[in-house]
Design a binder for this molecule. Structure first.
Ligand SMILES: NC(=O)c1ccc[n+]([C@@H]2O[C@H](COP(=O)([O-])OP(=O)(O)OC[C@H]3O[C@@H](n4cnc5c(N)ncnc54)[C@H](O)[C@@H]3O)[C@@H](O)[C@H]2O)c1
Length: 276
């Protein structure tokens, strides 16, 4: 039986390959046979076949990168793992986590094959996306990245950028898959990790406090590793997930499921000391 988890013969793009989950994802899919094209604002810390230094807040730079990547060969999969925490201003956070993700995904859609796939990283911080749909709709309705940035800029100081970017990612992923997959065959999914020991963790402690992070529901009893998130990303973009699209996969050891069904009491809201 063919190994449907294999990436042999696949050329894939991994954003965020400098550290954390992006670095782990790049390493994992490379070990599964992929040729990895790395993208980050900082140099890769994992072996890649080529690397593009890109600021994912810059839509022009994203389009230049996509043109250069597809000029060098076909692309089969996109892993969007880059992200910023809530210690940065909301425009930067939403700019990288949602607007940059959407721009990168839409730019690659034209070039991916019919069995292509895109996976990005949201967060359990986005679990309230259904309740927040009315607030998210105007951002999702912005057709261009410039419009989206202007919408956010007008609301700087009112938006908690991190959870807003994560809710937007989940809602966009699920909705967009409903039109993208029938039209192109391309699958579109995201994961929503719980607390994970990456270089981003100190920023979460700074914003929400050590107590909140320590007591955040983790039914599995510990934080996750970046590799555990990377394997979930590798699964979603593999042929083993060929019937999975429009999915937000909570990779949080059972926390969100417990909280969303009332089986686990949600933690008291944190003080949120982040930038706005
Ligand atoms: N660590 C956690 O507990 C946790 C939990 C849930 C979700 N997440 C999400 O996981 C994703 C990966 O984060 P991580 O925890 O691996 O953190 P990380 O800081 O280790 O990795 C983030 C990567 O994004 C890159 N990046 C940041 N700004 C960029 C820009 N403007 N242009 C290009 N690249 C840029 C960084 O250089 C880095 O390589 C993020 O979206 C984060 O919000 C993290």
């Amino acid at each position: 039986m063919a190994n449907r988890f294999s990436y042999a013969g696949r050329r894939v793009v991994v954003t965020g390959c400098h550290s954390g989950m992006g670095e782990a994802t790049a390493r994992i899919v490379r070990s599964l046979g992929a040729e990895v094209v790395g993208v980050d604002i900082k140099p890769p810390t994992v072996e890649v076949s080529s690397f593009h230094e890109v600021d994912l807040r810059d839509t022009g730079a994203i389009h230049d990168m996509v043109d250069a990547v597809v000029a060098a060969g076909p692309v089969d999969r996109l892993f969007y793992c880059a992200g910023l925490p809530g210690t940065f201003p909301a425009l930067d956070v939403i700019g990288v986590n949602f607007i940059g993700m959407r721009s990168t995904a839409e730019a690659f859609v034209r070039h991916l094959p019919r069995d292509g796939a895109i996976a990005s990283i949201s967060s359990s911080a986005g679990m309230a996306y259904q309740m927040a749909a009315a607030q998210l709709d105007p951002l999702l309705a912005c057709e261009t990245a410039d419009e989206a940035r202007a919408w956010v800029a007008e609301r700087q100081g009112q938006l908690e950028g991190y959870s807003f970017s994560k809710m937007a990612t989940i809602l966009w992923t699920i909705r967009r898959a409903a039109t993208l997959t029938p039209a192109t065959g391309i699958r579109l999914n995201c994961i929503s990790p719980g607390p994970t020991d990456t270089p981003m963790m100190p920023a979460f402690v700074e914003v929400a406090g050590q107590d909140f992070m320590d007591n955040y529901p983790k039914p599995i009893g510990r934080n996750s590793t970046p590799e555990e998130q990377g394997w979930a990303m590798a699964f979603l973009n593999s042929d083993a997930a060929s019937y999975v699209s429009g999915e937000n996969l909570f990779t949080d050891g059972g926390g969100a499921g417990g909280m969303m069904t009332g089986a686990i009491a949600p933690p008291a809201p944190p003080p949120m000391k982040g930038a706005r």
